[in-house]
Design a protein around this ligand. Sequence first.
Ligand SMILES: Cc1cc2nc3c(=O)[nH]c(=O)nc-3n(C[C@H](O)[C@H](O)[C@H](O)COP(=O)(O)OP(=O)(O)OC[C@H]3O[C@@H](n4cnc5c(N)ncnc54)[C@H](O)[C@@H]3O)c2cc1C
Length: 387
Amino acid sequence: MNNLKAIVIGAGMGGLTAGLALKQAGYTVEVYDRVSELRPAGAGISLWSNGVKVLNWLGLGAEIAQIGGQMNRMTYFNSVGETLTDFSLESLVQRVGQRPYPVARTDLQQMLLQAFGVDQVQLKSRCVGVEEDETSVTALFEDGRKATGDVLVAADGTHSILRQYVLGQTLERRYVGYVNWNGLVEASPALAPVNSWVIYVGQHQRASLMPVGGNRFYFFFDVPLPKGTPNQPEQYRAELSKHFEGWAEPVQRLIQTLDPLKTNRVEIHDLDPLQTLVRGRVALLGDAGHSTAPDLGQGGCQAMEDGAVLAQCLCTNTLGVVDALQRYEAKRCDRVAKVILGARKRSEMTHGHNPERTRQWYAELKQEDGGKILDAIATTILAGPFQ
Ligand SMILES: Cc1cc2nc3c(=O)[nH]c(=O)nc-3n(C[C@H](O)[C@H](O)[C@H](O)COP(=O)(O)OP(=O)(O)OC[C@H]3O[C@@H](n4cnc5c(N)ncnc54)[C@H](O)[C@@H]3O)c2cc1C
């Protein structure tokens, strides 16, 4: 379909990818975000090869290679620093055809913004509702403004208000059962080999470092905790020191190195898979349509895949917007459901949902030569829209 006008609500990685894909398809695109300054929540993200492929398709391959980290190996240690398994990622890259790029979120967002047009994102625009008729759809903003187009992309994140419009009901997110601290530190061999993704596991917890561009590590800690524990940055160091007492020296060093005021502490939630992603001319995209635990590192990658598939459905079909969105839904529902359920299962295994299974996993890691882990990662990547 030619000459469409798309209204995109949300300038996160999902909304911007969709906006860019639709713009490149020749559509008029307006992107709106509620904030007055775009600052992504969270520090880093592992952009697996399926996400990178979407960026390659959009012509951003050289840019993401520039800002992404060189992650060549993967190493699991136990809590006291004994190696459980250590292997190269090269066979994964050869199999799927593209390197993964862990990246700082602000760098990723800047790259997408520059590509879309920084001045073309309308800030201070909180969408509060939608109206649609036979021929158009209109976003309603808090301050009374309206924006009308042929299609509306609801990329308003995990707390989406547009989800309610699409589904006709409000859904509660589900607490996955653990708290995640994350941030960035300067890369240093005293913390981890600078081109490896390093993960310490034990006591149903994880501590991890992965290289992002700019000579930095993206780090995270996971600890199973009840919902609602206090979130006080001045306590982060003490809290982590307590949870990771007795863990290996690099973990202790990381806790002392991190800047608590630039560290995020998040209670991890997901959403049961949805059977519906569209209503009329409105399509849910990214976390608005499928919030997943980060245990497969796929939430943002799926948002990017959504953007590419949505643009392809609109471009390659001629029976109208409503029909094209139904095709988008048909292509995306199973894919994102598998990711949500896979991440949930992995989270349960990692975080001691069944302590015997977690103990077994630690034992399996000792026997692992990388084959099974890379096979699982490759299978997820290759189920995406770009083979
Ligand atoms: C701890 C953690 C680690 C993660 N690690 C990874 C990883 O390694 N790899 C990976 O691929 N994914 C990862 N994810 C998931 C990833 O962060 C999300 O899937 C991704 O940010 C979703 O992008 P989005 O554009 O859908 O939503 P968001 O990035 O949340 O963007 C939504 C945008 O919509 C705006 N907005 C919200 N409501 C309104 C409104 N009413 N009107 C206007 N604008 C509105 C917001 O201001 C925001 O800018 C992780 C998530 C967490 C929590």
